[in-house]
Ligand binder design. Sequence first.
Ligand SMILES: [Zn+2]
Length: 341
Amino acid sequence: MFKYFLIFLSFLSFFLVVGQTPQKTVVAKRGDGIYSLFKKNNINIKYIKEFIALNQKNLRPNNGLFIGQTYILPITEKDTTVIDSITPKIENTSPKLKIKNTLFGNHYSDIIVEDKKLEGAIYYLISGHGGPDPGAIETYNGKLISEDEYAYDVTLRLARKLLSNGAKVYIIIKDLNDGIRDKRILEVDYDEVSYPNNKIPRNQRLRLRQRTQAVNNLYVKHRGAYQRLIVTHVDSRSKGKNIDVFFYHHINSKNGKRLADNIHNSFKQKYAKHQPNRIYSGSVSSRSGLYLIKNTLPAMVYIELGNIKNKKDQKRILNYQNREALANWIHNGLLSDFEGR
Ligand SMILES: [Zn+2]
């Protein structure tokens, strides 16, 4: 008898699902947004358009929800499959947002937003030089290598990590066809542009002013938000000294110093973990005379990741896994800085 009952139930659910279109509804509670509603009801974020279409007249102008309002949930693929067991396993996978950006290159264009650790944070990333100016140049195995390509590769890797934590990221100097490159020799080119899409001038002062203005205009637009600028170079001047990485900030910027300290601390920790026999030597100091440090509005750090002309540094920066590690360490410092803000 029980067996028949089970079969009956199976048929019942079959007809419920297929025989008519079920419309699940839910009442919005305080603090609910589309995202949290989807999460609670185990609906993939890809159905967001359907949700908006179904509930158009009950949404705020920015697609926010009204407390106490009933909302229709979109029918997902899972809803329309025939249920063939009485107790289907409830999968506890929360929907994750996916971003696509071809700037990161074919292999890295998809970015999954893993969490919201950096939600609300805004980053401006400037890799040194670019366009007609390759920065420091050197030959390696008969091939020309340049500072700007390596700084840019680290910058892209960093940008991806920040995006995966829900941050807003502006890549100020960009190359539309380079992407993240998992190789040693990054060919020199001259087609980088400055945000949003401006040709980079040859004159150094105009070049620096252009990127400074790009950042400052955006900064004003986002006034009030947590905003940080990270500038990366690979041509530290004191190549004679045995210092690995330099972090510079503006002398009067408390937030800039804190940012530099946080990234520096992250480097110290990582070095201790990965290279216990090698003493890490980095330094944080103010260097307010540099054009970008002096003229940009957000709290900022100017990082010299070594010197591409120095054989030891060259060996490190040419290895893409090391570039990934550098991006990781900067990223960790940025996470601490945002957490402790
Ligand atoms: Zn440089």
